[in-house]
Design a protein around this ligand. Structure first.
Ligand SMILES: *Cc1c(COP(=O)(O)O)cnc(C)c1O
Length: 396
């Protein structure tokens, strides 16, 4: 109890009036005790790098993904970097990836001096379009300048990419498959958790991802013992069997023990949280499905729902709805306002011309709050606000 009472001039908005995009405080109320117990254990043993929690987390993640090997790393971006370093991807190599994704997917091949080749997306699911992928692989082969090497499928917004098609195309063209699963750990395809569909799978523990830590972190899954050994070496400066035996160029890419402890606590509620996210998605589907374009479900899959994105008729309507949401305390966000081939950093590397679906969707897409602690009153408030704003914008 403080001696000086602070004045509170602004009345607190009602709970339903404030709908944050993410509510990590509410989550702490559910897992705080387990989190503190886990963190205290680390503080007691002081093995802050590669402590016992790291191995425990890797075993638990591998079990959940149904994967033979899990190697934890310092971020989702470093997971992609280590995956591509392990395949020796570099100058002259073409890495095929969707144009509609987070910047990290394209940044990593460029860090290795390889060339990202941007692929358009499916107009229904916004996942990489296998037909366009095939066309672009053929174009690169015919161009004769680059060697097709890898396909990076992205499980956009927490729904699986079309792995049946991507793996089939990769086999036919002898390409490595990398799953950028940063947004989708916990999702399933044909009843199988994501983690074994591609040659390697990269996930992220950035705080806003479905399984988020309290800082940066990531992990790699693979069925190959050779790849797993390479990942372990690469995350610790390319070390060999002995500590000061440097076998290859690596990075400092380990996951902190404290983050592993936090993630183990978070895993104790992860399954319930996935159910809660699905409940939010269904609520939006039902309330908004007749008014705007709600996310099309990828066939025979369950989503991790990192992002619930709707698509509006045009960019003016999007701006008006976002404005109205802001006024009502409803957080919205645009993932992604620009396809990557239009980003200044990547435009110079893009030779493939227009990617019409990605370009169009970027102008109209908008994400609504989705997290496990949203109440029915908050969801009601989001849907009422969007419905009203949309009606107004369409008659304006
Ligand atoms: C978040 C994200 C990444 C990068 O993960 P970090 O842990 O932030 O480095 C990569 N790809 C996609 C699609 C992402 O959403």
């Amino acid at each position: 109890m403080s001696v000086i009472q602070k004045p509170d001039p602004v009345p607190a908005p009602s709970a339903a009036g404030r709908v944050p995009f993410l509510d990590l405080k509410a989550q702490q109320a559910r897992i705080g005790a387990e989190m503190r117990r886990r963190v205290d254990t680390v503080m007691a043993h002081c093995q802050f790098v590669l402590g016992p929690e790291v191995a425990e987390l890797e075993a638990e993640l591998a079990r959940r993904a149904g994967a033979a090997h899990c190697v934890s790393v310092s971020s989702g971006t470093d997971a992609l970097l280590i995956a591509m370093m392990a395949e020796d991807i570099g100058p002259g190599d073409a890495v095929f990836l969707p144009a509609f994704t987070y910047t990290a997917t394209a940044e990593v091949p460029l860090l290795l001096r390889a060339t990202p080749v941007f692929v358009d997306i499916d107009p229904r699911t916004y996942q990489m379009d296998p037909a366009d992928l095939e066309r672009r692989i053929d174009a690169v082969r015919q161009g004769g300048k680059l060697r097709p090497r890898a396909i990076v499928g992205v499980d956009l917004f927490g729904q699986p990419a079309d792995w049946d098609a991507l793996v089939e195309i990769a086999k036919r063209h002898d390409l490595v498959t990398i799953d950028d699963c940063a947004q989708a750990f916990g999702a399933k395809l044909h009843g199988q958790p994501l983690g074994t569909q591609a040659d390697c799978t990269a996930i992220s523990f950035f705080p806003s991802k479905p399984l988020g830590g309290y800082g940066d972190g990531g992990a790699l899954f693979t069925e190959s013992a050779e790849r797993a050994a390479l990942y372990r070496s690469l995350r610790t400066h390319g070390e060999g069997k002995l500590r000061y035996d440097v076998q290859r160029i690596g990075i400092n890419g380990r996951l902190d023990t404290l983050q592993a402890a936090v993630l183990l606590a978070k895993l104790s509620v992860f399954d319930e949280e996935l159910v809660a996210r699905e409940r939010v998605a269904k609520f939006y589907d039902q309330r908004l499905g007749n008014l705007l374009t709600t996310p099309a479900r990828v066939a025979d899959s369950t989503a991790a729902w990192a992002v619930y994105a709707v698509v509006l008729p045009n960019s003016d309507v999007r701006a008006a709805v976002q404005e109205a949401c802001k006024a009502e305390g409803v957080a919205t966000a645009v993932y992604y306002p620009k396809p990557l081939h239009h980003q200044p950093a990547y435009a110079a590397h893009h030779e493939g011309g227009a990617l019409p679906v990605a370009e169009d969707v970027a102008t109209r897409i908008m994400a609504l709050p989705i997290h496990p602690d949203l109440t029915e009153a908050q969801l009601d408030h989001v849907c009422n606000t969007v419905t009203r704003a949309l009606a107004q914008a369409m008659t304006a």
